[in-house]
Write a protein that binds this ligand. Structure first.
Ligand code: ATP
Ligand code: MG
Length: 406
């Protein structure tokens, strides 16, 4: 039997009147992340939860918590009697075979009847560890930190502490619709909003049946991966080939991509209205490709009435790739596909689109009809995590509960 201590993200403590609601949502999110592992909640404090885990459940619990938004750190802890000798005995056992050069002890005493104050306990245990390991005390930047909490009736000794992703739990900041391309950038943009507590609904535009359905499968795989952070993710798969066909017929070649983007924003906005979302999110990064010059972003943006968030606008590719690797979407994003924009993209796209050219072209397009048609033929998939499959396989994979026509 092992114990698990989960510390919530420090920012949650600063939410004023909303604090109880934010903490409640964060705790519910943590409990859902541990679903099926038979973790039993033994105690809780405003900013922490203590679970008892069955033997062998630690690795899976740790893997899940490292993706659980709202978790600042989590730790394997030993639950001991609140007694100095018992704490020292447990420490001695925990130190067996361990080697480190520097360490610190942090004691937190909430039970004031314990005979030593926190600083006294820190010094006692510090001397004990030093004697056994020869390691030096270092208060800042120590290699190892031992945390002891003295509670009424129990002492908790942290054996190994791990960082969580931080962030706010899903849904506390309202809802947004993120445009998910299947490339490297947009999954990271969606994750950034999730991390700030927005409930993200994904929309992917695919060229099926004009081209293969590869991009749809990729978008599904990415949504499945992102479900780890949000637990429930809806993905709208919107057919885009008819819109593209009409644009190719009517628009100056160099303007195709700018026009695709304007229709994507309009369709995403229609989904946002249905979903009750108040903003759109894209993975644009200033100047990265021709469609992301300031002039083009300006012209594209005019098609939206909702705010369009571009959380990666000031990042370069290297920084985005690093984050994509961290959240696990990178290996999926680099798989080959037939994306709707690249295949029909002109060799020399306009870099300074003019709004007047765009509006002239759109005047010749049956915009309302095209939007309706695309939305009518869309599919909606729901991804949940952790799911039945994750439990059956003991793996931390998302489980597709249902997908198909809405
Ligand atoms: P990404 O890596 O996210 O594909 P990118 O660098 O390829 O970005 P663009 O192709 O110019 O950039 O796309 C800019 C943004 O437009 C994307 O980040 C995404 O939010 C949106 N977008 C592009 N294509 C699609 C698509 N097929 N479905 C949904 N959104 C899309
Ligand atoms: Mg792309």
């Amino acid at each position: 039997m092992e114990h698990l201590l989960v510390n919530l993200f420090h920012e949650l403590a600063l939410k004023g009147e909303n604090r109880p609601l934010f903490l409640k949502k964060a705790k519910a999110h943590v409990k859902r992340a541990l679903k099926g592992l038979e973790a039993r909640l033994e105690a809780q404090w405003p900013m922490a939860l203590l679970f008892r885990l069955p033997q062998g459940a630690w690795p899976e619990a740790a893997a899940r918590l490292s993706a659980t938004l709202g978790v600042e750190t989590f730790a394997k802890v030993l639950r001991l009697p609140p007694d100095l000798k018992a704490i020292e005995a447990a420490l001695a056992k925990a130190l067996e075979g361990e080697s480190f050069a520097t360490f610190r002890v942090t004691a937190k005493r909430t039970d004031k009847t314990f005979p030593l104050t926190s600083p006294e306990l820190e010094r006692r245990l510090g001397a004990f560890i030093q004697e056994r390991t020869g390691a030096k005390v270092r208060l800042k930047g120590a290699e190892r930190e031992f945390v002891v909490r003295i509670l009424p009736g129990a002492a908790l000794l942290e054996v190994a502490r791990h960082p969580g992703p931080g962030g706010l739990p899903p849904g506390v900041s309202g809802k947004v619709v993120a445009l998910l391309s299947g490339g490297i950038d947009s999954p990271v943009a969606a994750y950034r909003l999730m991390r700030r507590g927005a409930e993200v609904v994904l929309v992917h535009f695919h060229p099926f049946p004009l081209l293969s359905g590869a991009s749809r499968e990729k978008a599904r795989a990415i949504a499945e991966r992102l479900a780890r952070f949000q637990h429930r993710v809806r993905l709208h798969l919107v057919p885009f080939s008819e819109v593209q066909r009409r644009i190719i017929l009517e628009a100056p070649k160099a303007y195709r991509v700018v026009l695709y983007r304007r229709y994507m924003l309009r369709l995403a906005e229609a989904v946002a209205k249905e979903e009750g979302a108040l903003a759109l999110v894209t993975g644009d990064s200033l100047g990265q490709v021709a469609s992301q010059t300031l002039e083009n972003l300006y012209v594209v943006n005019q098609a939206a009435t909702l705010p369009v968030f571009r959380p990666l606008i000031g990042l370069d590719k290297g920084e985005i790739v690093k984050e994509a690797q961290k959240i696990g979407t990178y290996p999926i994003s680099i798989l080959p596909d037939e994306e709707c924009c690249t295949l029909f993209a002109p060799k020399h796209p306009v870099t300074r689109a003019e709004l007047s050219v765009v509006l002239d072209t759109e005047a010749r397009l049956p915009t309302e009809e095209l939007l309706e048609l695309a939305l009518k033929d869309r599919e909606v998939a729901l991804f949940t995590w952790p799911g039945r499959k994750a439990l059956e396989e003991g793996a931390s994979r998302a489980f597709i509960m249902e997908h198909g026509p809405a």
